[in-house]
Write a protein that binds this ligand. Structure first.
Ligand code: CTP
Length: 423
């Protein structure tokens, strides 16, 4: 996926700069070419010689170097890249980027580019949580800059908390995701159809349970009751949440889909197995119930294959399955996720029925989708949904299931940031 891609890697000053060397190696192993720019202070932490040896290219650092400018001007450096990656991104460089400064070559190439920019911050926990840095991060996100990390961890300064740079393999995954998703142009808040971008890892440290797919309810050893759910929406949600940094547990019924990257998958068959798997994984910060759980099962499953006996068709005695969404939404406060989201597949009166379901199940949000046969939602790649909360209804335009997943993830991130959602 990275073969032939041109990465301009900006390394700024910080202990984590040594991890940039590993990142260069991993990128080149995958066929990408890497050209490096060192910020003013980076050379205190990694030597230009080792960066040059690993990247197989000259290292750039001086904006007023006549030789550098003659060989490759700073504008050309930005132009010649498919993606700019800043790793590590120090608090100082983030501040200069947010302010649009061009006081060294690193800041200048970042200002002169119209290419996507991915940054991997690394700094002391207090610097990261300082309102000034958070202001700069918010500004950069609004400008369309993508973030990977930082993560929680022990730091060189003997403190613990958010601020540690993501590991090289995580940065690599974020780079691959940039190319896999088709690199997006910076997000313009005013554009009505613009996808809500996941520009950082706002859900880092949050544990989220997602259910997906159908359930299979056995009749006998060879027959079962099922439904048409493909699992595409639930799996897309798990993927988007993981990309936003959440620790995702995907409890999936039988589906023909690959496991989403970076997600723990628990495979189940029946509603009762799904119920147990969800409860076993509590407590969690959020739970999203996208599975099409069978409401009913056969009361007594035959342990032998049912045989045709004369002219009488067998009649199946049904029993109600546990309602996982309702049970988790009503569980004790210690274990109840702060945000419980259900789905409602309706063929008519979509929003009215969804509102009723919100109360009946005691969940926080319902994503209601039009599941009428003409909508093509079952098995299809698109969805038309309405986000129903206690404060109102948001009608989302018809969009891909991936876009629904990303928009929902952005809403969940807003919820954890502010504790509320605008609808
Ligand atoms: N759900 C669940 N466990 C069940 C049934 C449903 O967790 N046993 C969840 C689904 O994952 C979904 C929501 O509940 O998030 C859908 O509600 P449901 O009661 O299945 O809707 P319908 O069956 O369509 O309800 P009704 O027949 O009343 O319309």
């Amino acid at each position: 996926m990275l073969k032939g891609k041109r990465i301009l890697l900006v390394i700024s000053g910080g202990i984590a700069a040594y991890k940039a060397l590993e990142l260069i190696r991993r990128l080149r192993e995958r066929g990408a070419s890497v050209r490096c720019v060192l910020s003013r202070s980076a050379a205190h932490f990694v030597t230009p010689l080792s960066v040059s040896a690993l990247s197989g290219d000259k290292v750039y650092g001086e904006i007023f170097s006549l030789t550098d400018e003659a060989e490759m001007g700073h504008i050309q450096l930005s132009r010649d890249a498919d993606l700019l990656v800043v790793a590590p991104a120090s608090a100082d460089l983030l501040a200069r980027m947010a302010a649009g400064m061009a006081d060294d070559l690193a800041a200048t190439v970042l200002l002169a580019t119209d290419k996507p920019v991915l940054v991997a911050p690394a700094m002391n926990v207090r610097m990261w949580t300082h309102p000034a840095t958070q202001r700069n991060v918010a500004q950069l996100q609004a400008d369309g800059v993508q973030f990977v990390g930082p993560v929680d961890g022990a730091m060189a300064c003997n403190e613990y908390g958010p601020g540690r740079m993501s590991e090289p393999m995580e940065i690599l995954a974020a780079i691959e995701a940039q190319f896999a998703g088709g690199i997006r142009a910076p997000f313009h808040a005013g554009a009505p159809d613009a996808l809500t971008p996941i520009t950082s890892q706002p859900l880092a440290g949050k544990k989220v349970i997602v259910t997906s797919g159908p359930t299979h309810e056995p009749i006998d050893p060879v027959r079962y009751i099922a439904n048409r759910s493909s699992g595409k929406q639930g799996h897309a949600i798990a993927t988007a949440l993981a990309q936003a940094g959440a620790d995702v547990i995907l409890v999936s019924g039988p589906v023909n889909l690959p496991d989403p990257k970076g997600v723990r998958v628990i495979r189940v068959e029946t509603a009762r197995d799904m119920f147990s798997a969800c409860f076993l994984n509590l407590p969690a910060d959020a739970a999203i119930f996208a599975a099409a759980v069978a409401d009913w099962r056969v009361a007594v499953e035959s342990d032998k294959k049912l045989k045709k006996t004369g002219d009488v068709a067998p009649s199946l005695q049904m029993a109600e399955n546990p309602d996982i969404l309702r049970a988790i939404a009503n569980t004790d406060a210690k274990r109840r996720p702060a945000l419980v989201v259900g789905f409602a597949a309706e063929t008519d009166h979509v929003v009215d029925y969804a509102r009723a379901k919100l109360d009946k199940k005691a969940c926080d949000w319902i994503l209601a989708n039009d599941a009428s046969p003409q909508s093509g939602v079952f098995g299809g790649d698109e969805n038309t949904v309405h986000l129903v909360t206690r404060d109102g209804v948001e009608d989302w335009p018809r969009m891909s299931k991936q876009a629904v997943a990303e928009k929902l993830t952005a809403r969940i991130a807003d919820f954890f940031k502010s504790g509320v959602v605008d609808a």
